[in-house]
Design a binder for this molecule. Structure first.
Ligand code: GLP
Length: 255
């Protein structure tokens, strides 16, 4: 894992967008893996700026998202489909037909998971996958305990995740209890992973993910085994790792 330490969220957003944009310029027909959560929002804003300046175009890109809440549709402001359109897709030239996000309204779990896995298979490998990390180490919505070999699945969100995500809803009771998520297998199949972490409340999980055992208890720990992960993290998110293992960061940086 390559660790890029940046000063703050603003720098994180710029650096992540640079890395992402370079991939699009290199391969305009790229398969992009998008994530939600608050962390990538700044990066999406930087990508929009690059698109507006004519530096990048998404016209030929395919895009696939990690996850979606169950029980809410694309017109619901809390859905990840709405989020992606609001924060990015409506402001760039990506074609609607090239956007893939699980359908949270499909109550037939097997049908929806099979449909999404078929899309993942047909798209081929994701060229670059953006990831955030949950406080409990989840990636996408792969909660602690998820099998590393898993495909798309419907998950029951943990109390920790519901608590962390309630800030996007008017009331905690409104946070959906279930979600569809691409499995860890799909994430690990990506050619490159750009993992983003910002703020002091990510410091503990970043430390555990990098220095701890590779265990389903911390789903993100599997990323230690991926050959091409770039962690872009700010000083606060790297605080614990740096104070406990300054040499380790150096070593990782040297990789
Ligand atoms: C949600 C998403 C994850 C995201 C996580 C962290 O649970 N399903 O993909 O990584 O939130 O969000 P944030 O970036 O807001 O901390």
């Amino acid at each position: 894992m390559k660790i890029l330490e940046v000063k703050d969220y603003s720098e994180l957003s710029k650096v992540a967008a640079e890395i992402f944009a370079a991939e699009i310029i290199h391969n305009p027909k790229i398969v992009l893996g998008f994530a939600t959560g608050s962390t990538p929002i700044g990066m999406y804003q930087e990508l929009i700026k690059k698109y507006n300046s004519g530096i990048i175009s998404f016209e030929e890109c395919q895009s696939i998202n990690l996850d979606e809440y169950c029980g809410i549709g694309k017109d619901n402001k809390q859905s990840y489909t709405y989020f992606m359109h609001e924060k990015l897709f409506s402001k760039i030239d990506i074609k609607e037909k090239n956007i893939y996000i699980p359908n949270g309204l499909n109550e037939n779990i097997k049908e929806e998971c099979d449909r999404y896995d078929k899309i993942i298979k047909e798209l081929g490998k994701i060229d670059i996958q953006i990831l955030g990390i949950g406080n409990n180490g989840h990636i996408g919505f792969n909660e602690p305990g998820t099998k590393f070999s898993g495909n798309t699945t419907q998950v029951k969100l943990t109390a920790n995740t519901i608590e962390a995500n309630k800030r996007f809803f008017d009331k905690k009771e409104e946070v959906p209890k279930k979600a569809y998520t691409m499995g860890i297998k799909g994430v690990m199949n990506s050619k490159k992973i750009l993992l983003l972490a910002s703020g002091i409340n990510k410091s503990n999980i970043v430390y555990k993910m990098i220095t701890g055992d590779i265990t389903p208890t911390i789903p993100a720990s599997i990323l230690q085994l991926h050959p091409n992960v770039i962690l872009v993290a700010d000083e606060e998110a790297l605080k614990k790792l740096k104070s406990a293992f300054p040499e380790k960061i150096k070593k990782i940086n040297e990789k």
